[in-house]
Design a protein. Structure first.
Length: 602
DNA sequence: CCGCTATCCC
DNA sequence: GGGATAG
């Protein structure tokens, strides 16, 4: 190191992180101007229903504000050019492009709505500071306030480097996509977001940690703090806490009287400009849903029609998403004289992935699959409505809320096997108490990930609503001829492998099936073979390294690497990786998940 | 203000 | 499962 090395870099400091918040200027209006550059020079408003949801800066000169009534906007700006913005498709596309550009920096990017993104560039800044001489790095854009004190942790330098990165990002968004943006640079999300609009449009602002608290106190209402909404504001105001400054000075004990302890602490921290929430990489949504509101629906058949229509639309979205849903939620809002606003009720249930099919890689659903889903939906509906009384609904909603975990492919051979096996087990779990001949009783089927929990819950602490004690029996199922012959049409429940992996597994299963079928003459039972064959086969397949429950032939067909990994695991089960969803246990009475799925219950 | 979609927290 | 929050 050289001369005045005052650039101490304390990565454990409270100011350790480097966060950028990027906000696209008047997003909808810019999308329209990019589409049609002639609009750039005229006052432009984007209209939804009867309101101007946003306007370009040309229109703002005349006083056209966000969410203004069209009539009022035209009064202040008779030349206002209006474009209908009710179709969000173009906006979504533009939003995704911006998100994609930001991903180029290989840092976590969190999307917030269509026009905002957080980026955590902490690691990138560290790298830059290691490789380049940053002793006299300059700030890009504005500072909220010039750094005065010399923060010993080195955050000033880091944030200056961050401001340079933010500048590069905005430059690339402009060069690639022609969108101007604002950015806020800070050591946390709260300050980055709040400082972002300080220099609008098309500019960026950095705030240094030492100014966090004083900046926050410039905010008039507690409501301007993200995560403090109308309800929390009400509660605070009723305690005479109106401004952020009030909140800064409020006693924590007073806050704890009206909020949970965690919430009280969090409110206080926010008021001081402190926020340790991480930037979470945005990925696929955790739920995909639709809802439909209306004046009144009081007839069951109409409800069914609404759900059928929703399901129809929802399937398009799920198909586009590509993942296989395993849980379904039904929501409704009852007509309520008291609370007209959103008081929703919902019920959800697991669904069998085998309802869906994969044909040549695309997720589809058969007619009978739709019928199965509808019967689940109506069963959930019945749980929500007392059918002996009249009902009055003002909204119904449908959402898929859980999805089959993606095969990460490489990395985990245990997952490779587990996913496959666990799904198989689920498909073949049967409730002993179930006397019906129906092959699928949805109320009884548990998802792979929660089978263990459900079982123990049922044994240890039966819920009063489900008093009957259940016993699960695992059976191995053979593939039908059609399924083997045409793997692309296999039930989705058995297919969570990519095509290469699929080929392998199909092959293994085919072998396994041939072997179990040829020696014995029991062709009558096809799909659901009984357990005895399997159990005996397992006993016959004993080998030195494999437990008795492992099919030797299947095992030996696995790649050497996989065999090794499995053997290692069997030698020392507790130290081996387990699937995320199944916490391992040291309790011998409670077998680990792998055992659970391999060992047939007696 | 309300409709809609999604997430997080209790 | 329900409420609060965001956009």
């Amino acid at each position: 190191m050289e001369s005045g090395c005052s650039h101490y870099n304390d990565v454990d400091s409270e100011h350790a992180r480097c966060i950028i918040h990027i906000d696209v200027d008047c997003f909808y209006a810019q999308v329209e101007m990019v589409r049609n550059p002639e609009l750039r020079s005229v006052p432009l408003g984007v209209q939804q229903k009867n309101i101007v949801v946003t306007s370009n800066y040309e229109a703002r000169k005349y006083g056209v504000q966000k969410c203004m009534l069209v009539t009022d906007a035209l009064k202040v700006c008779p030349n206002l050019k209006l474009i209908n913005g009710e179709d969000l498709h173009n906006y979504r596309t533009a939003s995704n492009k911006i998100f994609a550009v930001l991903q180029c920096w290989k840092c976590p990017v969190e999307k917030l709505g269509m026009d905002e993104n957080f980026i955590d560039v902490t690691n990138l800044v560290q790298e830059k500071m290691k490789s380049a001489n940053i002793s006299n790095v300059t700030l890009a854009g504005h500072a909220y306030s010039e750094p005065s004190i010399d923060c010993p942790c080195g955050c000033h330098t880091r944030l200056k480097v961050t401001s340079q990165i933010a500048n590069e990002m905005r430059k690339k968004i402009y060069e690639d996509l022609s969108f101007t943006t604002c950015a806020g640079i800070a050591h946390n999300k709260l300050l980055a977001k709040l400082i972002c609009p300080q220099n609008k449009p098309n500019d960026q602002t950095t705030i240094f940690p030492e100014h966090g608290t004083s900046f926050m106190s410039t905010l008039e209402s507690v409501r301007s703090i993200p995560s403090i909404g109308s309800k929390t504001t009400e509660a605070l105001i009723s305690n005479n806490i109106v401004t952020v400054s009030d909140l800064q000075q409020a006693s924590i004990d007073v806050l704890k009287k009206h909020f949970s302890s965690d919430m009280a602490v969090r409110l206080k921290e926010l008021s001081l400009g402190e926020d340790n929430t991480p930037v979470k990489q945005t990925g696929k949504p955790q739920s995909i849903g639709l809802e439909d509101s209306f004046k009144i629906v009081s007839v069951r058949s109409e409800v069914e029609d609404k759900f059928t229509a929703l399901l129809q639309r929802l399937m398009v979205l799920v198909r586009e998403d590509g993942r296989i849903p395993v849980s379904l939620r039904v929501t409704l809002r009852k007509k309520d004289a008291k609370r007209l606003s959103s008081h929703r009720e919902s019920r959800q249930s697991q669904i069998s992935p085998s309802i869906f099919t994969l044909s040549s890689g695309a997720l589809t659903i058969t007619e009978t699959g739709q019928q199965k889903l509808m019967s689940i939906i109506m069963r959930l509906f019945n749980k929500l409505i007392d059918l002996t009384k009249p009902f009055h609904l003002t909204l119904v909603g449908l959402a898929f809320t859980k999805f089959q975990e993606r095969m990460t492919g490489r990395g985990s051979i245990v997952n490779y096997l587990m996913n496959d096996i666990s799904v198989q087990s689920v498909l073949n779990l049967q409730n002993e108490c179930d006397t019906s001949s129906s092959p699928m009783d949805y109320s009884a089927v548990s998802p792979s990930s929660s089978t263990t929990t459900d079982l123990s819950d049922a044994e240890v602490e039966p819920s009063p609503k489900k008093p009957k004690k259940v016993t699960w029996i695992a059976k191995r199922r053979c593939l039908s001829k059609e399924e083997v012959a045409s793997p692309s049409k296999l039930k989705v429940g058995e297919l969570r492998l990519n095509s290469k992996e699929l080929e392998k597994v199909s092959e293994l299963r085919l072998n396994s099936r041939d072997r179990s079928l040829t020696p014995r003459a029991s062709p009558a039972k096809d799909n659901l073979s009984d357990t005895s064959d399997t159990m005996r086969d397992c006993e016959e397949q004993n080998c030195d390294d494999c437990p008795s429950y492992v099919d030797k032939e299947v095992f030996s067909a696995l790649p050497d690497e996989m065999q090794k990994e499995l053997k290692a695991m069997w030698k020392n089960p507790s130290s081996s990786e387990m699937p995320r969803s199944s916490p391992r246990t040291t309790n011998k009475a409670k077998p680990n998940t792998i055992m659970k799925y391999f060992v047939p219950h007696k």
